[in-house]
Design a protein. Structure first.
Length: 231
């Protein structure tokens, strides 16, 4: 990272649910780059403290599974108490590459953006997205544009960086996967400066099994319509 970035207080928020096989290695990799990782155990069947108790992190736990959006709400709320310069949201299933953090935070360090979103579909990403997922994500980005007025290249990428302004103003209420679109509603509402940067996603059999399915996308669309009707 740049010398200026090295002087920033950077916190990673990691929502996790039944991520036994991979989450420990993800956290170890992150701790080599940032000083603080907040893990939100979203009601895993086996409490994650059993496998993470020896790691220097903040571990929060929901007694029951509430959804990734709820886990992010809990993690971001706790992060505010630590007064960070930058907060990063990062998935626990091993898809995200910790080496992307440097480029993810660069626009914030340079005061070019309040929130930076990772994209699998910018040319420099060089990520090969499975066809079915690509179709779902392209459909989702159009829906997001129609509902939020913000047209992105990637609809639902969990790798994000927020500066203090974004962390203070963004208020998530969607407990499950519709939170990804809610970020856009909040960006629009608060006129936050937003930028996409290419990130490298590692698809494995495990991460594909954990990922969002087509039927889940229908549920997300339903949640989004309810959000727009009643907000």
């Amino acid at each position: 990272m740049s010398a200026e970035a090295n002087h920033k207080k950077i916190i990673v928020v990691l929502p996790a649910y039944n991520e036994g096989p991979v989450v420990r290695q993800v956290i170890i990799s992150l701790l080599k780059i940032v000083s603080t990782v907040i893990v939100v155990d979203d009601g895993s069947a086996v409490p994650m403290i059993r496998q993470l108790h020896d790691l220097p992190l903040v571990l929060l736990r929901h007694r029951v599974n509430l959804g990734q959006g709820a886990a992010l709400q809990t993690g971001l709320m706790y992060a505010k108490k630590l007064n960070p310069d930058i907060v990063i949201t990062f998935d626990a299933d091993g898809q995200h590459n910790e080496e992307d953090i440097k480029s993810l935070i660069a626009p914030i360090v340079a005061n070019e953006a309040d929130i930076v979103l990772g994209s699998r579909f910018l040319p420099e990403s060089e990520t090969i997205v499975p066809l079915t997922k690509r179709i779902i994500l392209q459909f989702a980005r159009i829906i997001n544009f129609l509902l939020s007025g913000i047209l992105l290249t990637d609809a639902h990428n969990g790798l994000r960086a927020l500066n203090k302004t974004a962390l203070t103003k963004i208020n998530l209420t969607e407990n499950r996967m519709a939170h990804a679109s809610e970020f856009l509603f909040e960006i629009k509402k608060h006129k936050l400066r937003c930028k996409e940067i290419p990130v490298h996603i590692r698809y494995t059999d495990y991460s594909m099994q954990k990922g969002q399915k087509g039927r889940d996308s229908i549920k997300v669309l339903f949640d989004l319509l309810l959000h727009k009707l009643f907000k």
